[in-house]
Design a protein around this ligand. Structure first.
Ligand code: ADP
Ligand code: MG
Length: 230
């Protein structure tokens, strides 16, 4: 996208996330086995499989409707800490998308930040607590900075993805202070946070779906159908 995200762009973002979760399911579970209870890959895979199925529900014809549906589906299908946190992220994001179609880049960035604010309101994580926050917050800071500097959306979303990966990697030396991993205290040091890893996949998926240098033209039913497998 260049000038804004269409409803199909946002659907494709979610499908791209589902594909990345599917291919990284075992990695996410291994990360969670080290400092949690070895279910993050399974939790996210179950949730995103349900989300892709729910994208076929009738009436999901606005960006806000699609993104809110994602949130509701994650809340009801993903257990643990990550279900309510990711669910809240998408619900709050959907609530901030407004009615403009396509969604302008600044509105999309503000909606993503509303999602982050929801994660914080729900989980009370701060920078350095070794959670998904540590990937998401730097990503959205990088996105805002790039847009404020006049960068085009594709460059801004690539900067966000790079910042998410750096934030994910920076969780490894941290001591967990939130969630299950916090029970380990200093024994959580030396392991990457699974939620930060899945969040980096979410932002990478935005590059997949929303980061092209030209407007998407694959709005035919055939192209959408080919992409819909999780
Ligand atoms: P559970 O810990 O209940 O098994 P998951 O394994 O699916 O849930 O998710 C664990 C991830 O959730 C952690 O790696 C961390 O990134 C994230 N998380 C846990 N608690 C919080 C919190 N309070 N705020 C933000 N993220 C959190
Ligand atoms: Mg877990």
């Amino acid at each position: 996208m260049t000038n804004g995200a269409t409803v199909e762009d946002l659907r494709e973002w979610v499908r791209a996330f589902a594909r990345r979760i599917e291919s990284n399911k075992d990695l996410l579970t291994e990360l969670d086995a080290a400092i949690g209870d070895a279910d993050h890959g399974a939790n996210m895979h179950r949730g995103l499989t349900a989300v892709v199925a729910a994208l076929g529900d009738p009436g999901l014809d606005t960006p806000a409707a699609v993104v809110k549906k994602v949130g509701m589906t994650l809340v009801s299908t993903v257990g643990g800490a990550s279900g309510p946190l990711y669910g809240t992220f998408f619900l709050r994001m959907g609530g901030a998308l407004g009615d403009a179609q396509p969604v302008p880049p600044e509105t999309l960035a503000a909606a993503l930040r509303a999602g982050l604010d929801g994660v914080v309101a729900r989980g009370k994580a701060e920078a350095g607590d070794k959670t998904m926050y540590d990937a998401l917050a730097p990503a959205l800071d990088a996105l805002d900075e790039a847009l404020a500097a006049g960068e085009p959306w594709p460059a801004a979303v690539r900067a966000a993805a790079a910042a998410a990966e750096a934030g994910r990697d920076a969780t490894t030396p941290m001591t967990a202070r939130k969630g299950r991993a916090s029970y380990l205290g200093e024994r959580s040091v030396g392991h990457q946070d699974p939620g930060a890893a899945s969040t980096a996949l979410l932002i990478a998926s935005a590059v997949d779906a929303l980061g092209a240098d030209r407007e998407r033209s694959t709005t035919t039913a055939g192209a959408a159908g080919d992409d819909s497998a999780p």
